[in-house]
Design a protein around this ligand. Structure first.
Ligand code: AMO
Length: 442
């Protein structure tokens, strides 16, 4: 065996077939479906990102369809590229099959039908059979779009001078407080799974000034809800030398604009397939929490927890932002101090409120962020006020003790963003292998 270092060529896509009209090419894929017509057959091949229409007829091939050319067989198809038109008159290319080499034959038929436009089973079945149901073009498109979101986040922030980092997921303490932290027996010691990269991303600000991370985080959610997962992908960034937390919100607006443009261009086929409504973003309106709450109480007329929103109130605010500003997004700022974690900076003008925000997208929270405390004394005092022991956070507090610039950042839930972009009612639709209170498989 000789290793040349030459990467194996990627598959041609149908968009590139135009350069090969009347020439023979070879593609690899799986048999997605076979439709027998009177004197020919459509053999649809599922390749890495699309389905390619191939036509088989005895009239143009010496090859005869073999018995083992069955759905989900892995094949190598050789054929002639011919140009035709679709119903709308757009040029479409197909392959006139000259030969099919079967590389692997499935042992059984799939347990669910995957070659119809839409999966015809409920969400639980879809997840139970993920290894197979993800092959359905629409299911596959969801996670291709999710790739686009992460790619946009990464590309934009890299261009803005951010350094990509990875922080540990087995930690000495939960970063966000609350009861939804998983604990773990670590050789006889109690440790925790990261609820977010919060403490570490802050520690890295004096090092790189701007950092981001895209990684799984863990929340022991005790309830089975349509918007909570026990493991989700958090897209975080943290930046130093901010003038105010508006810098964070501006950066997020830029990231989201970039992501939406990327989806509209490089993920067009998936966007069309899923009929996704990609939001137009110019600027994102802002409202203070107290004003938003007051409006909710006035319009929805029930007495609620005055320190936070109910899901119904968020939904109302989403509609309000759409009507008032024609915006799918709304920043809500200055959340109550009592409701935000210990690292959040209180507003010096009103210490009951914080220099923090949430971003609502179509009426659901997808981001939390804000300015952090950078002063050592201030951080220690806030911890004590909240009944925390600063000695337990010695490493984290080195950040403050040995000098940190004014800084802030945010965490954006990838599955939540995907869910609302694609109009799903359940976040599990947007999680490839969801983990919730009832599920750790597949
Ligand atoms: P927070 O806890 O609000 O903030 O989380 C940030 C975002 O993560 C998503 N999210 C979830 N997604 C799915 N399942 C869950 N159980 C779940 N919990 C949260 C949401 C949410 O807006 N450290 C801060 C962020 C920061 O200030 O930088 C944090 O983690 O989209």
């Amino acid at each position: 065996m000789q290793i040349t270092g030459e990467p194996k060529q990627r598959e041609l896509t149908s968009g590139e077939f135009g350069a090969y009209v009347d020439q023979e090419i070879t593609i690899h894929g799986a048999i997605h479906s076979i439709r027998m017509m009177s004197d020919f057959a459509f053999v649809i091949i599922r390749t890495a990102r699309e389905t390619v229409q191939c036509v088989y007829a005895e009239s143009f091939s010496d090859y005869r369809l073999a018995q083992n050319v069955v759905e989900n067989a892995s094949v190598k198809v050789t054929g002639l590229v011919v140009a035709g038109a679709d119903k709308e008159g757009n040029v479409r290319y197909e392959l006139q099959i000259h030969n099919i080499e079967v590389l692997s034959v499935p042992a059984e038929l799939p347990p669910v039908v995957i070659n119809k436009k839409q999966m015809q089973c409920d969400l639980n079945t879809k997840i139970d059979y993920r290894a197979v149901t993800l092959r359905n073009p629409k299911e596959r498109a969801i996670f291709k779009i999710q790739e686009g979101i992460q790619r946009g986040f990464r590309e934009y922030l890299t261009k803005q001078g951010f350094t990509e980092v990875h922080t540990p997921k087995i930690n000495f303490a939960g970063a966000e407080g609350g009861t939804n932290v998983f604990s773990l027996d670590y050789f006889g010691k109690k440790v925790f799974l990261a609820q977010s990269p919060q403490l570490y991303k802050q520690m890295l600000v004096p090092v790189y000034e701007r950092v981001f991370e895209i990684a799984p985080v863990f929340r022991a959610e005790h309830h089975d809800t349509s918007r909570h997962l026990n493991e989700y992908i958090s897209m975080d960034f943290e930046m130093g030398f901010i003038d105010s937390f508006a810098d964070i919100m501006n950066m997020e607006t830029g990231v989201l604009k970039y992501i939406m443009e990327l989806l509209k261009t490089e993920y067009r086929e998936e966007v069309d397939l899923l009929k996704a409504e990609i939001p137009e973003i110019t600027t994102i309106p802002c409202i203070k929490f107290a004003d938003a709450k007051e409006m909710c109480v006035r319009k929805l007329k029930h007495i609620t927890d005055m320190k936070d929103f109910e899901p119904e109130e968020e939904a109302f605010l989403g509609k309000w932002a759409k009507q008032q500003y024609n915006s799918d997004f709304l920043f809500v700022t200055h959340y109550k101090s009592i409701k935000r974690p210990f690292y959040t900076m209180d507003d010096p003008e009103n210490p009951e409120e914080t220099l923090s925000f949430d971003l609502l997208f179509r009426g659901i929270e997808i981001t939390s962020g804000g300015q952090r405390i950078h002063d050592y004394q201030m951080q220690v005092e806030k911890m004590r006020k909240l009944g925390m022991d600063p000695d337990q956070f010695e490493t984290y507090l080195m950040l403050h003790k040995y000098g940190a610039p004014p800084h802030g950042g945010l965490g954006l839930g990838l599955e939540r963003l995907t869910m609302h972009l694609l109009g799903f009612k359940n976040v599990r639709e947007a999680s490839m292998f969801p983990r919730d209170i009832n599920r750790v498989t597949p």
